[in-house]
Write a protein that binds this ligand. Structure first.
Ligand code: KG4
Ligand code: ZN
Length: 410
């Protein structure tokens, strides 16, 4: 009887038996990346294979603590990351039935994010690398949000991407794993921040139907029964700018004004225990205003991409991700907008829209497969609290002076 290794060695006479065994085992062994996320208020770790299988995950959210404090307090967030990072990583490895030395590389968010939080993930990674000598792939948090979709769906480059979260809001063209063109971004607040601040002003953290929910989730939940009319025709965001930039500070001020007016009418004090009796209408109106602004920018971005040929006709896809993209009202509005313009909308499942370790592991894997972005000197890698997603071409958008006609999604 001829054994398998003999056949293999015979069929490839120029490779020694020893090298062939090594070759054969690497062919069978799938690449796996351990990803670590600590850029804001989630401590996440995951082990993902080259074909997109999630072997294990650990995730610890600080959201409830920050909701109680009225926002993320960086030193507290840092302490909470430090407290659990080891357990979170260990959980991801245990679920994968892997030891740290079995993974092919470690990928960690190093930009952008809160300095004190990024520091925790990076320091922990450097310790792991000092022990194991594994390759290190630093990951851009927003690029990772944009690439997550490719773990689940077949989405080829280039595609348009809208990233909406508690700290960011941007529109970009993803041309490759590490090749992005920025069309526009928020000039002040992020939409998640607007949701969170309005939710806090409405005291939703004490509302019986909103326990354990983020500000955005609370507003979405209460808005389902409400009317969108309270803010219609009131205020405009960046009226003169034909850009893909965003602004949410006007909507936040309008919302605060509206809440004050209704509190006066209903004899409710800002700091008292009572809630407004028309919370659903206020939530629906604020949610609509934010959604409307996002959609007008998406329409302009699609027109710009059509004009410039940045996205070929064969691949007209908008990917929407980030925590706010898990909102169903926003998803439906984007869906209506996209289909009117012959674009398809693809969103990762809500669970992968918010911060997690899977998206970082997958982003690292995309790089590992291409052999790019692997650090030569892991111990010298620094975190970058602010770092652009790619080349900024937002001034080209303004120059093209595209007038947008709103598409009715409501
Ligand atoms: O992506 P993410 O988990 O963290 C950041 O990178 O910011 O996003 C968190 C943000 C929070 O502001 C939260 O209120 C918002 O996403 N969010 C939502 C929803 N779920 C989370 N906003 C609107 N509707 C939702 N369903
Ligand atoms: Zn995020």
């Amino acid at each position: 009887m001829i054994c398998l290794s003999t056949i293999l060695v015979r069929s490839r006479p120029f490779i020694s038996y020893k090298n062939y065994v090594a070759f054969f085992s690497t062919q069978r062994k799938r690449k796996v990346v351990l990803g670590l996320e600590t850029s804001c208020d989630e401590t996440g770790a995951a082990v993902v294979t080259e074909d997109g299988e999630v072997l294990g995950e650990g995730l610890r959210s600080q959201k409830n603590i920050h909701v109680r404090n009225g926002g993320v307090i960086p030193p507290l967030a840092q302490a909470l990351h430090r407290e659990c990072i080891h357990d979170v990583v260990q959980k991801a490895l245990d679920q994968s039935h892997l030891d740290i030395k079995d993974v092919s590389a470690i990928a960690t968010t190093t930009m952008p994010g809160l300095a004190l939080c990024l520091m925790v993930g990076l320091e922990y990674t450097k310790q792991l690398i000092a022990k194991t000598n594994l390759p290190f792939i630093p990951v851009h948090h927003m690029q990772a949000h944009a690439l997550t979709v490719r773990l689940i769906n077949r989405v080829d480059f280039p595609f348009l991407v809208l990233l909406v979260s508690g700290g960011h809001c941007l529109l970009a063209v993803a041309r490759g794993v590490d090749d992005f063109l920025l069309l526009g971004q928020t000039l002040d607040n992020a939409p998640g921040e607007a949701f969170d601040k309005v939710a806090r002003r409405l005291k939703l953290q004490h509302h019986p139907h909103c326990q354990g929910l983020s500000g955005g989730q609370s507003i979405e939940k209460l808005a389902t029964e409400g009317s969108i009319r309270l803010l219609m025709g009131k205020g405009t965001s960046l009226p003169k700018s034909r850009s893909c930039d965003f602004s949410f500070s006007g909507t936040m001020s309008l919302a605060h004004w509206l809440i004050g007016v209704h509190e006066n009418h209903q004899g409710i004090t800002k700091d008292g225990g009572k809630h407004l009796d028309n919370l659903p209408d206020i939530c629906a109106s604020v949610q609509h205003k934010i959604t409307h602004h996002l959609c007008t920018r998406v329409i302009r971005a699609i027109n710009f991409c059509n004009q410039t040929g940045l996205i070929p006709e064969s691949n007209q896809t908008l990917v929407a991700s980030g925590g706010v993209a898990s909102n169903s009202y926003i998803r439906n509005a984007l869906e209506t907008t996209c289909s009117a313009l012959d674009y398809q909308l693809i969103c990762p499942p809500p669970r992968l829209c918010t911060d997690n370790g899977i998206m970082i592991a997958w982003s690292g894997m995309e790089r590992l497969k291409l052999g790019i972005g692997i650090s030569n000197n892991p111990q010298d890698v620094r975190f970058e609290p602010r770092y652009p997603i790619g080349e900024d071409i937002s001034s080209n958008v303004v120059k093209s002076n595209i007038k947008v006609k709103a598409i009715k999604f409501w």
